[in-house]
Design a binder for this molecule. Structure first.
Ligand code: 5GP
Ligand code: ZN
Length: 112
């Protein structure tokens, strides 16, 4: 499969690792939108949240737990945002599910 984030997970495309375990890999976004901008992806390919079934609940929860762990490690005590862009209207540009962890500045709402 010709998937950018699968290649990053397997290491054939380089990335700056932030956290990893048996289920997920987290790395620095190449175009950071905040002082902390980390992408957390499942090691196993999954297009997006739109294809999530009930069996994916534990994995999706694990990704959010990993985001919280990374936020604690990065000292984001003032808060942060975790985002899953999904599909064309959601602004998803890479079709391998990923959680954006954004922090280190005050983030506006609503998003564009
Ligand atoms: P999306 O728009 O799908 O929600 O987010 C995709 C993210 O992947 C973007 O924030 C973009 O900057 C990031 N990205 C795209 N290509 C690469 C890459 O080759 N390496 C890294 N580290 N991030 C990438
Ligand atoms: Zn993939």
């Amino acid at each position: 499969m010709n998937c950018l984030f699968c290649k990053i997970v397997e290491g054939s495309i380089p990335s700056t690792a932030v956290y990893q375990d048996e289920l997920c890999y987290a790395f620095a976004d190449i175009h950071p939108q905040a002082p902390v901008h980390v992408l957390i992806v499942p090691r196993q390919h999954m297009d997006s949240m739109a294809s999530a079934g009930k069996d994916h609940g534990a994995l999706l929860g694990h990704l959010l737990w990993a985001a919280a762990e990374i936020a604690r490690a990065k000292g984001l005590a003032r808060g942060y945002r975790a985002v899953l862009n999904t599909g064309p209207d959601g602004g998803q540009t890479v079709d391998h599910l990923h959680v954006h962890l954004l922090g280190g500045r005050s983030l506006s709402w609503p998003p564009g």
